[in-house]
Design a protein around this ligand. Structure first.
Ligand code: AMP
Ligand code: GLY
Length: 423
């Protein structure tokens, strides 16, 4: 089967690496991909939001299946285009419809959905510029700190957590007065939940589902979870606190009601649901939904999926996912993200990367922000390379991963050395 993976990060390289266990290199395509994906398939230049170009590329390359990595094309309706366009409708697209993607694209939509289907989440209300005073009054009913969320996508900056009522009411005014443009024309204010977070991934054909390996990511740039938020500095799978008891609560209280809601609302959903969860004294609450896989969680969990990802995707496309075998490894995996000095703020690109990693270590190296420049691979983003390893326990996999991290060099290489410190 000829498969196109849309996106250019470590997530997409890891998805492609897993597909490559079943498919020949000439059947695997990436748009736009990176220097790592070029080693396992064919990169097609272009932008993930350029649907005209994506359509032309699918036709030119006889693509039979498209897997969408990032959320933006999903929120913009790439699924709906493939479903309705005469030339594309026989191509299976793994990802939800535009309506389903609202679970990530609109915090207000997601919260209303959770409220309607009785899915545990922080209590909340949504406000607009006409209801700033009501927003402040609602805040007074909550204990600090205060959580304010821009309704729409705001480049990862739309969630603000503030300690005092004064700071929070000023932030509310600024957000509703256009701080994040259209994205903050509505603001969700919610109760602060205290606990430890994890990422649960579900693959669904709209009816049947598989719960994929659970993972925990490390979002802050600094050790001990300090400093600025990043796209993700590493991940570990599975997560010791997400044990069998916790995961059965997740299934009963979150996964099944979410799928029930999707069916009840007649939402066309054939893709991933990424549930950002917080465990509050052992009870799961949903922090957010995403409609794609996580990055860098994917770089860890792909090492633990033993079944064929291509067969799982076919099950999604044919809506018989219940008939597809799913097995995951009991072993542990982790990924360490190597980033450019200065990330997530200003950083330089174009630094030569050298790889002296062992060929046969128990893991894989996934490229994120890299590109081929003549005969040299160079840095091309903030998150550059993700080094994944598999083993029997967290200390062992981290040791294996950090050993390989030491064998990759580029000027300004930075990474967190304390992954798993809280587990
Ligand atoms: P989001 O963009 O929704 O992932 O939120 C970013 C981060 O803010 C989450 O990963 C949490 O760490 C934190 N967060 C969001 N909502 C809450 C909440 N209600 N209580 C505590 N922390 C939260
Ligand atoms: N690692 C979190 C995310 O992909 O949003």
């Amino acid at each position: 089967m000829r498969i196109l993976v849309i996106g250019s990060g470590g997530r997409e390289h890891a998805i492609g690496w897993k597909i490559a266990q079943d498919e020949k290199r000439e059947n695997i395509f990436f748009l736009p991909g990176n220097a790592g994906t070029a080693q396992i398939g064919q990169n097609i230049d272009g932008d993930v939001m350029d649907f005209v170009h994506i359509k032309e590329s699918c036709i030119a390359n006889n693509i039979e299946m498209v897997v969408v990595g990032p959320e933006n094309p999903l929120c913009a309706g790439i699924y709906d285009l493939f479903k309705t366009d005469e030339a594309l409708k026989n191509i299976a697209l793994i990802g939800p419809s535009r309506e389903g993607a609202q679970l990530e694209g609109s915090k207000d939509f997601a919260k209303a959905f959770m409220a309607k289907y009785d899915i545990p989440t922080a209590q909340y209300q949504t406000f607009t510029s006409d209801s700033i005073e009501e927003g402040k009054a609602f805040m007074k009913t909550l204990a600090p700190p205060y959580v304010l969320k821009a309704d729409g996508p705001a480049a990862g900056k739309g969630v603000v957590i503030l300690d005092t009522y004064e700071q929070a009411s000023q932030e509310l005014e600024e957000m509703l007065n256009g701080k994040f443009g259209e994205a903050s024309s509505k603001v969700v204010i919610e109760e602060f939940l205290s606990g430890i977070e994890c990422s649960v991934f579900v693959l669904t054909d709209g009816k049947n589902y598989k719960i994929l390996p659970v993972a925990k990511d490390y979002k802050r740039i600094g050790e001990g979870d300090t400093g600025l938020n990043t796209g993700g500095m590493g991940a570990i799978s599975p997560v010791p606190f997400a044990d069998e008891v916790f995961m059965s609560k997740v299934k009963e209280r979150v996964v099944l009601p979410t799928l029930h809601g999707i069916e009840q609302e007649n939402i066309d959903y054939k893709g991933f649901i990424f549930i950002g969860l917080i465990s509050v004294k052992g009870e799961p609450f949903v922090i957010e939904y995403n409609v794609r896989l996580g990055d860098p969680e994917t770089e860890a969990i792909m090492l633990r999926i033993e079944s064929s990802l291509v067969d799982l995707f076919k099950g999604v496309a044919n809506q018989n996912l219940d008939e597809v075998d799913y097995k995951e490894s009991k072993q542990t995996s982790a990924t360490v993200m190597l980033v450019s000095q200065g990330y997530p703020e200003k950083y330089e690109k174009g630094k030569a990367i050298t790889f002296e990693t062992d060929k046969d270590y128990d893991g894989a190296v996934f490229h994120a922000g890299t590109k081929q420049q003549d005969d040299q691979i160079v840095t091309n983003g903030g998150r550059v390379i993700s080094v994944s390893a598999k083993g029997d326990n967290i200390p062992e996999v981290l040791k294996k991963a950090y050993q390989q991290v030491d064998k990759i060099s580029f000027e300004g290489k930075f990474y967190r050395k304390d992954l798993g410190f809280d587990l």
